[in-house]
Design a protein around this ligand. Structure first.
Ligand code: LMR
Length: 400
């Protein structure tokens, strides 16, 4: 029966990594998958993570099962990181959190949970959004719809169009928002826009699902959760997916969480039972190691301070690279205003090139990027930035 299956096209993001590795061009640049790289092109293990691993190696005395919801201690520290201690306290028993296999596991669990609670819910995703959002949410059988989000010509959020589109959503529909550092466009909602979004959700009875994959990579750990906290303190129900892939650099350890806020403690208890049963029916329980690292760091003042310092270094480097790229493109004579790159946040921005131009950057210049024109800013360094800027300027002049 297996020979009835046709091969699927490669993943639009993940396939870029092996293609880059196989390219013999010494000038090649990897701006594909959203993985942080330092000046030498390496993705280092963060200092606090290494130290936490040493601590764990010495003190861990069992590998017995933990449970479908993961480690209770991790769930508390990850909820504190997102909501802050005061709000977490005031949410009390209305909030439950479960450790998940990365942010992807959290999104999939959220989707299955939504499908159980309201199978008729439409989930509204931004146009554009991370390409894996649709498969993750759609796999649970949910209907998806798109709301306009980013204008590729003006490089701004199409906020009026977004609100107008979402005002057609039905009560009980779900709106997926990016908590910060929008993937793929890097353009986030401003504070006033978050407030308007909250008002719309309250007015229309919409449930918000926030994907928080980059806390700390935009403006700061606290600054980046403005929207999360505003909505969590105002809305009766909400879902939040946290990822530790980027801000702790734990990509392959698959470390994340899903938090659900319900109208009452009783509803939250029921929700938790469904979430745990869904986890059990999918992967039984999440992997432990990454979550144990995060918990160890967050519960140790010294490790936590060092993690925050290194995260700030990462954030500053990305923001400096944004400014440097804008300067280099101007110096290379690029006949376009790229200043938006400096205004945008996090790992990603669109270069504003067509899929054909993106293909030409890869095929003719060995610059690897997603065909949508999305680049991972963190893949730039002082050795490759001129080549990148000159190649792009040349491509734009050629008018391919
Ligand atoms: C990305 O968007 O490049 C990252 O989140 C990696 C992934 O899983 O797609």
């Amino acid at each position: 029966m297996f020979d009835s299956l046709q091969a699927l096209p490669p993943d639009p993001i993940l396939a870029l990594t092996p293609a880059y590795r196989a390219d013999p061009n010494p000038d090649k640049i990897d701006l594909g998958a959203g993985v942080y790289k330092d000046e030498n092109g390496n993705t280092p293990v963060m200092r606090a993570v290494k130290e936490a691993e040493r601590v764990l190696l010495a003190k861990q005395d069992s590998k017995a099962y933990v449970g479908p919801g993961g480690a209770a201690g991790f769930n508390e520290v990850i909820a504190s990181l997102a909501f802050g201690d005061a709000l977490k306290q005031s949410l009390g028993e209305r909030r439950v959190s479960l450790q998940t296999p990365g942010g992807c596991g959290g999104l999939r669990l959220a989707a299955e949970f939504i499908a159980k609670a309201n199978p008729r819910a439409t989930v509204w995703v931004s146009d554009p959004t991370w390409p894996n959002h649709r498969p993750l949410l759609g796999a649970a059988g949910l209907t998806l719809a798109a709301y306009p989000y980013y204008d590729l010509d003006s490089h701004t959020v199409r906020f009026d169009a977004m609100l107008e589109s979402l005002s057609a959503a039905a009560a009980g529909d779900v709106v997926l928002l990016h908590g910060c550092c929008h993937n793929p466009c890097g353009a986030d909602l401003g504070r006033e826009q978050w407030r308007e979004m909250r008002d719309l959700a309250l007015d229309k009875g919409l449930v918000v699902l926030i994907d928080m994959a980059y806390q700390g990579l935009g403006d700061g750990l606290e600054e980046d959760v403005y929207g999360v906290r505003l909505l969590a303190e105002s809305l009766p129900e909400m879902l939040l997916v946290s990822s530790c892939s980027k801000n702790f650099g734990l990509y392959r350890e698959r470390t994340g969480a899903l938090s659900v806020i319900c109208r009452s403690g009783a509803a939250a208890t029921a929700a938790l039972s469904h979430l745990a049963a869904t986890a059990r029916a999918n992967y039984s329980m999440p992997p432990d190691h990454g979550a144990a690292i995060v918990q160890t760091i967050m519960e140790d003042a010294g490790l936590r301070a060092d993690w925050e310092r290194e995260l700030a270094e990462v954030r500053d480097r990305i923001n400096n690279l944004r400014a440097a790229l804008v300067r280099e493109l101007a110096a290379a004579g690029a006949e376009r205003d790229f200043s938006f790159i400096e205004r945008e946040k996090g790992m990603f921005s669109f270069l504003g090139v067509s899929p054909e131009q993106a293909e030409s950057l890869t095929g003719d210049y060995s610059i690897y990027l997603v065909k949508s024109g999305r680049i991972n800013i963190a893949g730039i360094n002082r050795n490759n930035i001129s080549y990148l800027a000159n190649s792009l300027a040349e491509l734009l002049r050629a008018g391919v």
